[in-house]
Design a binder for this molecule. Sequence first.
Ligand code: PBG
Length: 330
Amino acid sequence: MSNYDLLPGFPTNRARRLRRTEHLREMFREIRLHTTDFIYPLFIVEGSDIKKEISSMPGQYQMSIDNLARECESLLELGVGSVLLFGIPAEKDEVGSGAYAEDGIIQKAVREIKSRAPEMVVITDVCLCEYTSHGHCGVIENGDVVNDKTLELLVKEAVSHAQAGADMVAPSDMMDGRVGAIRSALDGAGLVNTPIMAYSAKYSSAFYGPFREAAESAPQFGDRRAYQMDFGNSDEAMREIALDIKEGADVVMVKPALSYLDVIRRVKTEFNIPIAAYNVSGEFSMVKAAAQKGWLDGERVMMEILMSIKRAGADTMITYFAKEAAALLK
Ligand code: PBG
């Protein structure tokens, strides 16, 4: 016998009784969104007084460092207390030197935010694709991204972000062994309190299209399928998650979110660890485009999507909707 056998049938049972009014529905709502659920991505460029809208992501901008303090103040006012930083360097090279330079774009941005809005939780994306001339997430040899040499660079990048003051580092490159390598390097540098949010189950996805315009990081040849995951796989996602936990991840991530809600739910059921989900650029842009055409109610669809990600099991969500959603929740 299951618990469900205890349920009386209709007409004794009428599920609609608890749906009658807004207050009743609110009383029995299982999941609630809160402004602290969101992490807001920021794209930072060199220069001053720059706030340039990303054409494929309405309402999202590339901005220069002098605009960050104001941006963070407005986020904090809305109740959004964490940001994920992506840097677009002035110059790119074969080995992504800008990613681990002392005066790199992210290092400067982190120092600015931590001095102007110290309570903001600053997370940095640790990857090389925005910094390499070829747009791949690592060192290229014979047309392939070489894993172990790339690790050395990622480690330098993560440590330099943390030394600049980042509260958390988020490796998104999908190289094998990067979480362990970054953990031991952080510990070696005395940064034992810097957590790692690992992009553990990161799929090779067409939903990243608009981001590559925003971050100017499209690969110049080939694609990322030799390192990001194949979207037919969820058993493999569980292995990736298990490996990252063993290597020391404090938070694991599933990315993208919407076509992967089943993966989020599996992680929630099979592991006991904080889960982040990345509601990626394409998921955002689709809603915006349909809303602009009048085909969807953009606000309602946004809230339904964010709720679904949380309901699937995510503890935190990286989303370009953060500001709009927070404004509605306030
Ligand atoms: C960098 C990175 C990407 C995203 C986050 N970090 C792009 C990619 O892997 O091509 C995608 C985010 C989005 O689409 O919103 N490796």
